[in-house]
Design a protein around this ligand. Structure first.
Ligand code: HPA
Ligand code: ZN
Length: 351
């Protein structure tokens, strides 16, 4: 596979434009976290749902988070306006247009069915609305888009199992399962049986671990759930043996820098450990997590991260974008095509 190496031919002042223009994959994006306040209000009106906020501005003003839970409370309130298949389509289509504008060639999109089925929304309305947007994105935007069904870890394993059982007849509409919501006190092993069943069904496996939770949760996601990627995983750095293992296994971490700063995993972007993760040989990627809540989509994550961390240059930009394709669940031919496009973008930026 071809590979760009002339990083010293890319001056630092070209980095912001290159970060935006380079092709990339997004592997950690909660579709409910792409719901912009304007769309929340439009859907609330369309569906006759009362919101505890008087205006778009009042809702935005509430986006002052102190930790993961303070965010999740508002995130689940925002998702309460989603009732119909059309609502799920509109939300995903809005995200996919923004992703295309950020030169995302491939997106693996998380969705939280339990947030909706608990309100009486049929699972199929969720899946079909999202899937319709993914199909249209492929046809009209040239963006490859796939779905990953996430279980809410603050709920019981039995509830996750019931969700999996209901979803399995429709598994041609999603490529894998994940684990999200409140991490502390809900270790991966709580969902061992659910992930074993998803694995037996041939689904890909990922889990949030090591965002707020300890490095032990990253280990049990690997050893008990057998995940193929770790979502976040930034706290892995506290355990040198785990870092060596992640590097040796080529295990990808889907890092979300703006999310980490907004949820106070790091106090400032300048303190983010992404440079250390890359220097340790870890297969890190940059993603937006919940872009409507955390201040930006994937390109904004790249630009703000690189602006705050002078250790990050063209070499790291290339590595992050390349990692995003390599760590995706796409086939080898698609990965090779996307990496060739990445190489071309870097050749064009080199002087
Ligand atoms: N962590 C856990 N659960 C989530 C997140 C996150 O960053 N975003 C949406 N659900
Ligand atoms: Zn997340």
């Amino acid at each position: 596979m071809s590979s760009f190496t002339a990083f010293d031919r890319i001056p630092r002042e070209r980095l912001p434009a290159l970060l935006a223009a380079m092709p990339k994959a997004e592997l950690h994006l909660h579709i409910e976290g792409s719901l912009e306040p304007e769309l929340i209000f439009a859907l609330a009106q369309r569906n006759g749902v009362a919101l505890p906020y008087a205006s778009v501005e009042a809702l935005r003003a509430a986006y002052a988070f102190t930790d993961l839970q303070s965010f999740l409370d508002i995130y689940y309130a925002g998702a309460s306006v989603l009732l119909k298949e059309q609502d799920f389509f509109d939300m995903a289509w809005a995200y996919l247009q923004r992703a295309a504008a950020d030169n995302v060639l491939h997106a693996e999109i998380f969705f939280d069915p339990q947030t909706h089925t608990a309100r009486g929304v049929p699972l199929l309305a969720v899946i079909q609305g999202l899937e319709h947007a993914c199909r249209r994105a492929h046809q009209e935007l040239g963006v490859s888009a796939k779905l990953i069904l996430c279980f809410l870890r603050h709920l019981s394993e039995d509830e996750a199992m019931a969700t999996l059982d209901e979803a399995l007849p429709h598994k041609h509409h999603f490529i894998g399962v994940g684990l999200d919501s409140s991490e502390r006190g809900h270790p991966p092993e709580k969902f061992a049986r659910v992930f074993a069943k998803a694995r037996a069904a041939g689904l890909h496996l990922v889990a949030h671990a090591g965002e707020e939770g300890p490095p032990e949760y990253v280990k049990s996601a690997l050893d008990v759930l057998h995940v193929e990627r770790i979502d976040h995983g930034v706290r892995s750095l506290e355990d040198p043996a785990l870092v060596r293992r992640l590097a040796a296994e080529g295990m990808a971490l889907t890092v979300c820098p703006l999310s980490n700063v907004k949820l106070r995993v790091f106090d400032t972007m300048a303190q983010h450990n992404l440079p250390a993760l890359l220097a340790a040989g870890l297969k890190a990627t940059i993603n937006s997590d919940d872009p409507a809540y955390f201040g930006g989509y994937v390109n904004r994550n790249f630009v703000e991260t690189f602006a705050a961390l002078p250790q990050l240059g063209a070499r790291e930009a290339y590595a992050l974008a390349r990692n995003s394709f390599e760590a995706s669940f796409a086939d080898a031919a698609a990965k090779a095509r996307w990496i060739a496009a990445l190489d071309r973008a870097f050749e064009e930026a080199a002087v």
